[in-house]
Design a protein around this ligand. Structure first.
Ligand SMILES: CC(C)(COP(=O)(O)OP(=O)(O)OC[C@H]1O[C@@H](n2cnc3c(N)ncnc32)[C@H](O)[C@@H]1OP(=O)(O)O)[C@@H](O)C(=O)NCCC(=O)NCCS
Length: 194
């Protein structure tokens, strides 16, 4: 259930979709929740607790979709430090270099993006860009045509990324985050892109 894309001048990344029964496949590796929690904690300011990751992995949900960005091990990945987080899927060790996570809302033709992150050592290689394009194709094939998200007003890095992908600011949500920080609500209309 993966899409393999060659990342510019680097290595191949597989975008592996986790939905329904595939959550169970991920959960078969007893350490998956720990790996995802640690990756989240290291790369996201507002990370989820271990119980939330454990509950999600056990849920076999068809509402929450995760796209794992998995690199094939090789000299380049190792040199970049991208082999730090390992997930074992169907008995095979895979190197986690990022993930995208959100909820599918078929009734409203909408995808709510919760999280997107790439390993800090493999940024600006267009992994997030390719991952989002893979997600958009998947959503469009299923009749979903909008992605919305919240981003902390101070997170200029992520805002630059979303702006480069055609997201627009809808409004400001005051004290959106647990520490009182404000968020911009951003939206992308997939019918406007190819
Ligand atoms: C935001 C994030 C996912 C981008 O991942 P990435 O794999 O480095 O992004 P890409 O290489 O695919 O970037 C694609 C384009 O987005 C824009 N972009 C990405 N990061 C940028 C930055 N730090 N500054 C300015 N523009 C940026 C650029 O236009 C870039 O294209 P270019 O490199 O050819 O100029 C990554 O920085 C990250 O994980 N940040 C921490 C977690 C986070 O804040 N997530 C969002 C929470 S709402």
């Amino acid at each position: 259930m993966g899409v393999i894309i060659s990342i510019k001048n680097s290595f191949e990344v597989e975008f592996f979709f986790v939905l329904d029964e595939t959550w169970q496949q991920i959960g078969a590796d007893g350490s998956a929740a720990t790996t995802l929690h640690q990756f989240d904690r290291q790369h996201m300011k507002y990370f989820w607790s271990m119980p939330i990751w454990q509950e999600l992995i056990q849920s076999k949900t068809n509402q929450t979709l995760m796209i794992l960005c998995l690199a094939k091990q090789g000299e380049k990945v190792t040199a970049l430090g991208g082999d730090e987080f390992v997930l074992t899927i169907s008995g095979q060790a895979r190197h986690l270099v990022g993930f995208i996570l959100g909820d599918i809302n078929p009734e409203e033709h909408l995808f709510h993006l919760f999280k997107i992150t790439t390993h800090s050592n493999v940024r600006r290689l267009q992994i997030a860009l390719q991952g989002m394009q893979t997600l958009e194709r998947w959503l469009k094939e299923r009749g979903l045509d909008k992605i919305f998200l919240e981003v902390e007003c101070q997170n200029q890095e992520a805002q630059a990324f979303y702006a480069s992908q055609g997201y627009r600011n809808l409004h400001l949500s005051k004290s959106f985050y647990s520490d009182g920080q404000n968020a911009f609500i951003m939206l992308k209309d997939l019918t406007l892109s190819k």
